[in-house]
Ligand binder design. Structure first.
Ligand SMILES: O=C(O)C(=O)C[C@H](O)[C@H](O)COP(=O)(O)O
Length: 211
């Protein structure tokens, strides 16, 4: 069995909002606003109690939005997220169990990497779209440039501390397939239900990725 190709699944989705859901209705409205702004893939973190329900609601009610689960820390969460409707899973790091579970379950997987050894472990397990986390803290821009030589086949999705300004720089790298960030779903906009603002942020992000 081989790994599902996350590069193909997320092709064309270059900026991925990392969203921590506060409620199911909020999640659906957020996903709709992002999609209206042209963003077609979202990583929902499993940091809140409602996260699995939020994933299920987006999968059910927002056709056209690819929904993935973030903060996946063990295979049970990966299985649960897939059952809820997630078509991809993302982790801040990785483990041999997770690298294997993704292949067994047939779910696209972005393991988190911060070192060459972690890149090698992920590639050996068949995963080639790798979340570089926490990007800004580990100078991921230079790291990703340096990894072009030895890991030519790998594609990266830097996440952590990236905003719209930094995004432009990262997206210029030929081995950066996508990047993640929470700046598209600001807490105050979620609190006040300012979906127009989220749609606007999505639109700006899409424009960035074409730049
Ligand atoms: O929850 C997870 O699984 C994570 O890995 C953390 C997120 O990717 C970062 O929290 C992104 O957030 P910003 O740095 O605000 O863009």
């Amino acid at each position: 069995m081989s790994a599902v190709d996350a590069v193909a699944l997320l092709s064309g989705h270059r900026v991925m909002p990392v969203y921590t859901p506060g409620g199911v209705d909020e999640a659906v409205s957020t996903a709709r606003a992002l999609l209206a702004g042209g963003v077609g893939a979202i990583e929902v973190t499993l940091r809140t109690e409602v996260a699995m329900d939020a994933i299920a609601a987006i999968a059910r009610e927002v056709p056209g939005m690819k929904v993935g689960a973030g903060t996946v820390l063990d295979p049970a969460q990966m299985r649960q997220a897939q059952a809820a409707g997630a078509t991809f899973a993302v982790s801040p790091g990785s483990s041999p169990e997770l690298l294997r579970a993704a292949v067994d379950l047939g779910i696209a997987y972005l393991p988190g990497v911060a070192t060459g050894s972690e890149v090698m472990a992920a590639l050996a397990a068949g995963h080639r779209l790798l979340k570089v986390f926490p990007a800004q803290a580990i100078n991921a821009l230079e790291l990703i440039q340096a990894w072009r030589g030895p890991f030519g086949h790998a594609r990266f999705c830097p996440t952590g501390g990236i905003d719209a300004t930094l995004a432009r720089e990262y997206l210029r790298q030929p081995n950066v397939a996508c990047l993640g960030g929470s700046w598209l779903t600001p807490a105050d906009a979620l609190r006040t239900g300012d979906w127009a603002r989220i749609e606007g942020l999505a639109r700006e992000a899409v424009a960035l990725s074409g730049a």
